[in-house]
Every structure is written in structure tokens, then in C-alpha cells.
Design a protein around this ligand. Structure first.
Ligand SMILES: [Mn+2]
Length: 365
């Protein structure tokens, strides 16, 4: 499986970053979702197929450890037979030293560099993106910025346009098609994401990819919500935001499994929360668990380093109409010094977006 052309390209690219100057470095955005990573990898491969004398390298702008949190990307990359060891992650390189050897940048799935990369803005030569055009980098000689459902669609267009030899590559097609199907919700018009261009590119990929559309989409969706492979630490950091409410540092994780199931997997939830709090110097850590069972449902886990603060906070949340019912997820071991409590949230309308301003008001008064 590792011997196919796409993997041979990746192995070469990874060797090239150490001993050659790089004509073009291709990168997606820092959120590094499936669309972004698939587009970067596929576009680098296509560009190098068009001009084999050039050194063209894709960069995944996250650390290697972060890849496994994107469970849908793990699934699609596996279906496409991609050897993860050959991918280049941030911790495989020294960014400053690498950029000295890079002549030009190709941005996919974004058109504005983040602060870390902004010093290299002058090198931007190509942009393929489906976000709003920020009108930056006038020196770029190629800008394709269109509001299609998925950036992978624009990469797919480049494939047919500039590199017909790769247009029969099933691994490449599997990669691009996965991103398009996930972003357009399986090309569903009701979801309001799909455009005629996404449909057209998807049609072309159907002929090359050995998978069936509906089952491929269903499997990607399932992988996205399947957190079985993740431990408590990974679940906490997968979709995590940190807030400063007055002098209180509060982390709120959004997780996709019921607390009952989480507690069964990990009987030391409190110790894990406590370690996480310590590492990030937090005062409070909350997990908002959203899942369907079969109705949409929410649970809430609240940890405070200060036990007195915990009691007051739960009292406040009760006043705010979250309708909390205390639950015991499995046989939980006690905390070392803080206090944790677990609840079903009877009012499922209160999301992180709504909870955070409430907490801000509470701690500011
Ligand atoms: Mn995108």
C-alpha cells in the first residue's frame, strides 16, 4: 500500500526539505481540517506532477500529535493509503530555517497568513481558496478564490486542467473526494454548501475513486464523531477554548460523547481534569458534552480548583436555567484537591457560545 506514486512523492518531498532548496511550499490553514490538509497535500502533488523538475513540498501546519484528533482526516488519509510518516508536520522542521530555502508559497484553503507565517507574506505566489478574499499579496501570479463548498473542489479543477496523467490516480481522488463530500454534506442542496462546481468535480472523481459515494460519506461522518480512539486528554483539547473572566482563567471543552460513556472509559476523570488544569494554569475547566441519543442531548462536567468556588458556580448555573441534574458516570475516583461534578443539562439550548458570556457576567460582578 505504501508503494504507490503519491507516497513515493511524499517520501521524496520529505527528503528534499533537508537537502534541497524548495521552489514552492504548499500549506493549508492552521485549523488544519480535512479540507485544508487534503487540499495542501493534493495540490503539492499535482504541482509537482506538472513540473517534475521543481521541488514542491506540502506542509501540515500542526504538530504531528494533533493529527490524530482530526479523526475524519485520519480516516480519509487511511482510505487514500497515505503513509503518515511521510507527511511533514510543524515539529518535523525548523520554520525559520526552512523558509530561508523556500522561494514561493502556495496557500490553499486560506488567503491570509496567520501571525506565525506573516513574515513570509512576500513569498506568496499562488492562492486557491473558498473563503472571502482579503485582497492581500498583490504579487501572487495565480489567485483562484471562489465561494465553492470545498477548497478541494478548486484543487480538483487544477487536476483536470494541468495534470491529466494524475487524473487516474485513485489515491489522490479518494483524498479530494472525501474532503468535498464532508464539506458539502454529501452534495446535499438542503445543506446550502454545494455549488455546481463541487458537483462537477465530484462527478469526475466518482469515476476514479473506487468507493461508493453514500457509504464513503457515511463512513467519514462516522469517523468525525467517533472519539473511541481518544483518551480524556485528547477529548478535552480536541475542541477547546480558553476564556479570561475577570481574574478567572476558564477552559471550556466541547466534547461529543455522553458523560456516562466517558466515565466508563476513564474512572479517573477528575485526576485528568486536574492535570489539564495544572498544565494550562486554569482555575476552572468545564466540559460541555453534546450528543444524540437519539434526541439531541447535553451533559456538563464542572471542575473548580477551589471547592468553595465550585459550590457557588453550580448555584449560579442552576439560577440561569440550565436545568442541571447530577449524575454519576461510573465509579469515579475522588479529586486530589479541587472539586468536580457531573450533570445532565436538561436545557440543551445553552451552548458554549451562550454559556461563556453568562460566566463572564457572573465573574465580573
Ligand atoms: Mn475549506
Amino acid at each position: 500500500m505504501t508503494g504507490h506514486q503519491l507516497n513515493r512523492y511524499l517520501i521524496q518531498a520529505k527528503a528534499d526539505i533537508n537537502n534541497k532548496s524548495i521552489d514552492t511550499l504548499v500549506m493549508g490553514n492552521e485549523a488544519a481540517d480535512l479540507d485544508s490538509m487534503a487540499s495542501a497535500l493534493a495540490y503539492a502533488y499535482i504541482l509537482s506532477g506538472c513540473s517534475s523538475e521543481k521541488v514542491i513540498v506540502p506542509l501540515m501546519p500542526i504538530i504531528r500529535e494533533g493529527f490524530k484528533l482530526r479523526t475524519e482526516a485520519v480516516y480519509v488519509f487511511d482510505q487514500a493509503g497515505i503513509d503518515l510518516n511521510s507527511l511533514i508536520f510543524l515539529d518535523d522542521i525548523n520554520l525559520g530555517r526552512l523558509m530561508e530555502k523556500v522561494t514561493s508559497l502556495a496557500l490553499v484553503d486560506h488567503n491570509k497568513l496567520s501571525a506565525l507565517y506573516e513574515p513570509y507574506g512576500k513569498k506568496v505566489a499562488i492562492i486557491l481558496d473558498h473563503h472571502r478574499d482579503e485582497g492581500l499579496y498583490p504579487q501572487a501570479f495565480k489567485k483562484v478564490i471562489e465561494p465553492v463548498g470545498s477548497c478541494a473542489t478548486l484543487v480538483g479543477e487544477e487536476l483536470s486542467r494541468c495534470c491529466p496523467e494524475l487524473a487516474r490516480d485513485a489515491h489522490l481522488a479518494t483524498l479530494l473526494w472525501g474532503a468535498i463530500l464532508l464539506d458539502t454534506v454529501n452534495l446535499a442542496p438542503d445543506a446550502g454548501r454545494v455549488t455546481p462546481k463541487d458537483e462537477a468535480v465530484s462527478e469526475t472523481l466518482t469515476a476514479i475513486c473506487p468507493l461508493e459515494r453514500n457509504s464513503y460519506f457515511a463512513a467519514i461522518r462516522k469517523a468525525k464523531f467517533n472519539t473511541n480512539s481518544l483518551g480524556t486528554f485528547d477529548l478535552l483539547r480536541k475542541d477547546y477554548k480558553e476564556f479570561k473572566f475577570s481574574s478567572i482563567c476558564c477552559g471550556i471543552a466541547s466534547t461529543l460523547l455522553p458523560l456516562a460513556l466517558w466515565g466508563e472509559k476513564d474512572p479517573e476523570l477528575c485526576l485528568s481534569f486536574e492535570t489539564y488544569v495544572k498544565q494550562r494554569s486554569l482555575d476552572i475547566l468545564i466540559s460541555m458534552n453534546a450528543y444524540t441519543d437519539p434526541e439531541f442531548n447535553r451533559d456538563l462536567a464542572v471542575y473548580c480548583a477551589d471547592p468553595d468556588e465550585h459550590e457557588k458556580l453550580i448555584g449560579f448555573l442552576a439560577e440561569k436555567g440550565l436545568d442541571l441534574k447530577t449524575i454519576e458516570p461510573g465509579n469515579q475516583k475522588p479529586c486530589l484537591k479541587g472539586r468536580i461534578s457531573f450533570h445532565n443539562q436538561g436545557n440543551p439550548d445553552i451552548s458554549r457560545k451562550k454559556l461563556s458570556p453568562m460566566l463572564d457576567d457572573y465573574f465580573s460582578s
